[in-house]
Design a binder for this molecule. Structure first.
Ligand code: SAM
Length: 291
């Protein structure tokens, strides 16, 4: 089968099937063999690996994954792509295509079925409209995962990798870094896709922490504090937490907690590290229990 990472071959197959691109599914197909090779290399694939691919499209990356990994399970929402995938993947007996919405798939059950519950790798050129729910869904459902290597919007990759005190630092940085170590592998310009997206892209690898970087008694409370802090990021931490409808701490209670942590009363949430948010959740959790 021809390499679909070459634009001419992608155009040929699209024309053969009269395929119509669906904007609502974020369909931009990768046509750059160097980028494809970089993704494969970054994922560190071996024949021992089971890979979950989200949104195989016409099977461009799936062909590479099938060559380098042991097993590939590819989940594609658009039923118009299924007959195309049948043709483009016909040379491989280690690929299973599932016509489903990834947000409705039980990934833990797939890992169990195809990999005996051992950690899987996730590789995808993601549909950008659902990047965050896909990645957070994978982490929060505690699916056994080794790493996630994905193409995302460039700004989103930068937010995932950002540290405290920078303009890109926010709830997404903390959520991702709680679960994984992010590393931006490459920036990818719009001309590497058919059709060209309106935004720049980047490949990012998220390597799951073997042991969590912070210990927190109430994970939910920590994430609620993080969300509230960045909802009003120009306000002080004390004000943004006490204004939040999601939390029920008085301004005094928050002030005492901030003081207990040795922070300035005028500190903003954007200055806090993950460790400090974890500590704040523990201090406020304790104060709530003592009420
Ligand atoms: N992997 C191909 C490539 O690299 O050329 C296609 C990538 S394209 C950016 C995103 C793919 O995700 C499309 O094929 C699209 O139909 C699929 N997709 C969109 N939403 C989806 C969902 N909720 N579940 C599964 N696949 C989805």
């Amino acid at each position: 089968m021809a390499n679909l990472g070459i634009a001419k071959n992608t155009i040929e197959i699209i024309q053969k099937y009269d395929f119509v691109f669906q904007k609502r599914f974020g369909q931009n197909f990768l046509v750059d063999t160097h980028v494809l090779e970089k993704i494969i290399q970054a994922a560190g694939l071996t024949k021992e690996d089971m890979v979950l691919e989200i949104g195989p499209g016409i099977g461009t990356m799936t062909q590479y994954l099938a060559e380098y990994a042991g097993r590939v399970t590819a989940v594609e929402i658009d039923s118009n792509l299924i007959p195309i995938l049948k043709e483009t993947l016909k040379d491989y007996d280690n690929v299973t295509v599932i016509n489903e919405d990834i947000l409705k798939v039980d990934v833990a059950a797939l890992a169990e079925q195809y990999n005996g519950g051992r950690p899987i790798k996730v590789v995808a050129n993601l549909p950008y409209y659902i990047t965050t729910p896909i990645i957070m869904g994978l982490f929060e459902s505690h699916v056994p995962i080794d790493n996630i290597t994905v193409m995302v919007q460039k700004e989103v990759a930068e937010r995932m990798q950002a540290g405290p005190g920078t303009k890109n630092y926010g709830a997404l940085s903390l959520a991702v870094q709680y679960y994984a170590e992010p590393y931006i592998v490459a920036n990818v310009p719009p001309n590497c896709f058919i059709p060209r997206p309106n935004v720049g892209s980047a490949v990012i690898r998220l390597t799951r922490h073997e042991t969590m970087p912070v210990q927190v008694k109430d994970e939910k409370l920590m994430f609620a504090l993080i969300r509230a802090s960045f909802n009003q990021r120009r306000k002080t931490l004390q004000n943004s937490l006490s204004n939040s409808g999601e939390l029920s701490f008085s301004k005094e209670e928050i002030g005492t907690a901030i003081e207990k942590m040795g922070l300035s009363p005028s500190v903003r949430g954007e200055a806090l590290t993950l460790e400090q948010f974890a500590k704040l959740a523990d201090v406020l959790g304790e104060s709530r229990n003592e009420r």
